[in-house]
Ligand binder design. Structure first.
Ligand code: ZN
Length: 416
């Protein structure tokens, strides 16, 4: 009887504990948002509106394609120092790091914005202002986040903020070439980090999982022949056609979001002339999934299909699929403290078009793959990202800064 009772108590305790894990409460409250210090910060941000825009333009006009972030890094380092962060330095990979120390018992929290852009070879950048919109390559991705970071820090200094947690502010290199700078920083750091918040992506888009990339290129080869001599000769074009047709019969889940998977054949190419069997044909496949098992399942099927088609057609096949950029999900992430807090802040700020999903492709991925709860927070609203006519909204930037400030002040509630 007593044993049975103990078991019941244990089960109830386990249930309560699991509920606590699943339904973590948000750290955000309207009390924080309407506090005097937040009101003071918000008016500081508004008062400095033109200064913020001016610095945003200035930083955007310092070109920083991946691998060439040095000038921007120097700027960020100088500003981190002027703001008064401790231990400001540029590491051997080119990342700029500034630390704002709190209590030794506080958590170690990273906020990162990437300095690099995708615009290789673009050395002259001139920002155009058009009402509420700024136009220039890199204006949004991710220069806007670098500005958000600087002005978050200035605003917090302005109210004499004394953090409980230890904050690591990073302006990183090589994000656009596989989160390179962030990975190098994490791999070489002796610190244990509790949260990573990547400042990247459109405002209102929040990702708590790491999307995996498993696509690649498949090449079929044969001896080739003039049409007149082509009877019985393996045709790589036929192999490509058969393979694509069969691949498109692979069923992939669109639900739940943690298993969401998609693929697309983006390019096919083969042959040089009308009157010959080509020696080589290829297609590319873009394969993405929130779930590594699903990703690998599709990869195995693609391989089976291509080998089968090679056998049938007599072609040789070379299969190159991405095995490096794996999908990662942390159990319970959707309802975790971090995500719930960020969600509440986005709602409070009445950000339009909020989308929360596990399909992230920002530096938060590097945290998630190391088991560190990580999310991204958007920078403003952008259009034509990664193109020379990139545009970013000015008003959105101010909302984004407020979002980051509320995030930090909310995280400060998690004391123990
Ligand atoms: Zn980016």
């Amino acid at each position: 009887m007593k044993k049975g009772l103990n078991l019941v108590i244990l089960l109830i305790a386990a249930f309560i504990f699991s509920q606590k894990l699943i339904n973590s409460e948000s750290l955000f409250s309207e009390k924080i948002a309407f506090s005097d210090k937040v009101q003071k910060i918000f008016s500081f941000i508004e008062k400095n509106r033109e200064k913020i825009i001016k610095e945003w333009i200035l930083l955007t006009e310092i070109p920083a394609p991946s691998g060439y972030e040095r000038e921007r890094a120097k700027y960020m380092e100088k500003k981190f120092n002027e703001i008064g962060l401790e231990n400001v330095y540029i590491d051997k990979f080119g990342n700029v790091i500034g630390i704002w120390k709190g209590n030794p018992k506080g958590k170690n929290i990273i906020f990162s914005a990437h300095m690099d852009t995708v615009f290789q070879g673009v050395w002259k950048i001139k920002v155009k202002r058009d009402g509420n919109v700024l136009k220039a390559p890199g204006i949004g991705d991710d220069t806007a986040s670098c500005i958000n970071l600087l002005w978050t820090l200035r605003a917090l200094k302005y109210i004499n903020f004394k953090p409980f947690h230890n904050y690591y502010f990073l302006a990183t290199v090589g994000e656009e070439i596989g989160f390179k700078g962030m990975r190098q920083f994490l791999d070489n750091s002796n610190e244990k980090f509790d949260y990573i918040i990547a400042l990247d992506g459109d405002l209102g888009k929040l990702h708590y999982g790491a999307l995996g990339f498993g696509g690649g290129k498949i090449v079929f080869r044969g001896s080739g022949a003039h049409t007149m001599q082509s009877r019985g000769i393996p045709n790589p074009n036929l192999a490509v056609a058969k393979a694509i047709d069969r691949i498109y019969r692979i069923e992939v889940p669109s639900n739940p979001p943690e298993k969401w998977t998609i693929y697309n054949v983006g390019r096919i190419n083969g042959g040089k002339v009308n009157n010959a069997v080509p020696q080589e044909s290829f297609f590319t496949i873009d394969l993405r999934s929130a779930n590594q098992e699903e990703l690998e399942k599709v990869q195995r099927k693609i391989e089976e299909i291509c080998l089968e088609v090679a056998r049938e057609t007599g072609c040789k096949v070379e299969i190159n699929l991405n095995r490096k950029e794996k999908a990662h999900q942390l159990p319970g992430a959707r309802n975790s403290l971090l995500v719930k807090t960020a969600e509440d802040i986005l709602n409070f700020l009445e950000i339009k078009d909020i989308k929360i999903n596990p399909l992230g492709s920002t530096e938060a991925n590097t945290g998630i793959e190391r088991g560190i709860p990580s999310i991204n927070l958007g920078r403003t609203y952008c259009r034509y990202k990664h193109s020379l006519r990139e545009e970013a909204d000015i008003d959105g930037l101010f909302l984004a800064i407020k979002q980051i400030i509320l995030m930090i002040l909310s995280l400060e509630q998690e004391k123990y």
